[in-house]
Write a protein that binds this ligand. Structure first.
Ligand code: FES
Length: 483
């Protein structure tokens, strides 16, 4: 009995592969019904927080590159002296904070300009040794199924807790080698069953080629080190992710470790903790991790505002890292030695009845809904959706018709468009998303579609959206839904 309790649990995703197949109507319904907890928040307020701009991120990334160059130069100068221990520690810590940048740019939210997001995404993915294509898909699954066993590929602390692994990963010694091995396997075109369960087949060639580039660069640096008879080149590329990984592990553990598995409420499996400004900068505000999971469309620099807006609907934030670790260490120890099922319960505030009308709030993952009670088709399958004034510029509204979801968009001026209401990736309602530069960004994984054509323009969406004709007649908006 005791042995069973502490037997290694199965966290593999092989069974979850089934969820990667096309969903039938019943499964779609289940998926829409089984949505994650979502806060009540005025839609206008949320939209202001989701707004994208390049300014804050240009400053943020500019400073980061400058810090990398300065610390790298000092490290280079000090090589061969005892000062190198300190200077490489600083360089490695800044270098490894690429992990937070990989994460943010993967969501596509720091910059308004798409190529800037992509440029820093590929750069930081390489630096943090997360192959860019693989981890884009892996992270999408993590948001769909956060800490759901056999569904989430990014569960950092599996049970029964392996305390030695947690300690070794302060220098990425237990998770790093398998990750490097996985890159080598993908360079050879050999994904394992878990990877096949979340990376679509059409995307795998990109993953293989990108892995080959990683391997070529690391082999190049290794050969350079051999030729020089010194580790110096590898101290700048590759190795920093190991010797400088401590801060990433120290902060990363606060995200979910010791909290509940298999819940559909991020308030029970994700933490927010206040940290000092230096850590907050290096971590790109990911200490507001609960808010990030609840609404991934909010860019890192407005997460503190989102935190303030929903703080009375979430468990009290941890006031310091000390407060987190004081609670988390005994919990992990208990999971490792006494009870693998144990987890920390986060006390939830008493729910407050919202006074906001439904069309003005974020109401779960069905998003922003039109108020036409029962839309009826008139001649030629034209269906009245809403009044023109119900839809602001650069806004989306959803509605149901004949048991199917639709979305109507207004771009700048009186330009209206319509499409199916569920994202083609994982059937999330697009009416909760953000209209941006002629695209709709999905609220779940930040994939984007061009609203005029339905074309999928940003992963993880890769299947186009069906679009419908729209007409403005007087002060009403109609869409044509063929039988
Ligand atoms: S559900 Fe994944 S991008 Fe829409």
């Amino acid at each position: 009995m005791l042995l069973n309790k502490f037997a290694k649990r199965d966290y593999s995703l092989t069974d979850a592969a089934q969820s990667a197949v096309a969903l039938d109507d019943e499964l779609i319904e289940e998926k829409v019904e089984g949505a994650w907890w979502s806060p009540d928040l005025p839609r206008k307020e949320l939209k202001a927080m989701m707004k994208r701009s390049d300014g804050p991120a240009l400053f943020h990334f500019g400073l980061w590159i400058l810090l990398l160059i300065m610390s790298g130069y000092l490290a280079y100068l000090s090589w061969g002296t005892w000062w190198a221990v300190l200077t490489f520690f600083i360089y490695g810590t800044i270098y490894s904070s690429s992990d937070a940048r990989w994460h943010e740019c993967g969501h596509g939210t720091p910059f308004k300009t798409r190529w800037l997001n992509e440029f820093f995404y590929y750069l930081s993915s390489f630096m943090t040794l997360r192959e860019a294509h693989l981890w884009r898909w892996s992270h999408a699954r993590h948001h769909t199924d956060t800490i759901i066993v056999m569904q989430d590929p990014e569960i950092q602390v599996m049970r029964p807790t392996d305390l030695l692994k947690i300690l070794a990963d302060f220098f990425w010694l237990r998770s790093g080698p398998p990750e490097v091995w996985r890159i080598i396997q993908h360079a050879l075109g050999r994904p394992n069953a878990d990877v096949r369960s979340f990376v679509p087949e059409t995307e795998r060639p990109r993953m293989y080629w990108s892995s080959r580039i990683y391997v070529a660069i690391f082999v190049g640096f290794a050969l350079w080190s051999v030729a020089m008879g010194s580790f110096l080149p590898m101290m700048f590329i590759g190795l920093p992710r190991f010797y400088g990984g401590w801060l990433h592990q120290f902060l990363g553990l606060t995200q979910h470790a010791g909290l509940a598995e298999n819940t559909m409420d991020h308030r029970q499996n994700t933490r927010t903790v206040h940290v000092n400004p230096v850590f907050q900068y290096l971590y790109m505000n990911m200490n507001y991790h609960l808010e990030h999971h609840v609404i991934p469309m909010v860019p890192y620099h407005t997460l503190p505002k989102l935190h303030q807006a929903i703080v009375d609907q979430t468990p009290a934030p941890y006031t310091s890292l000390w407060q987190v670790y004081k609670e988390m260490i005994p919990a992990l120890y208990k999971q490792a030695t006494q009870d693998p099922d144990y987890h920390i319960e986060r006390p939830l505030p008493t729910p407050v009845e919202t006074t906001l009308p439904v069309q003005e709030r974020v109401n779960g993952q069905n998003g922003h809904q039109a108020l036409v009670e029962k839309p009826q088709a008139i001649a030629g399958n034209w269906v009245e959706v809403c009044a023109v004034d119900d839809l602001d510029e650069e806004e989306v509204i959803g509605f149901d018709y004949n048991s199917k979801k639709y979305a109507v968009y207004r771009l700048l001026g009186d330009n209206f468009y319509a499409s199916d209401g569920l994202c083609t990736h994982e059937k999330v309602a697009l009416a909760g998303g953000l209209v941006l530069d002629g695209c709709i960004e999905c609220p779940m994984h930040n994939g984007r579609f061009d609203v005029a054509t339905g074309k999928a323009v940003k992963p993880p969406v890769h299947e186009d959206l069906k679009t419908y004709s729209v007409e403005q007649r007087g002060d009403k908006v109609f869409i044509n839904i063929p039988d």
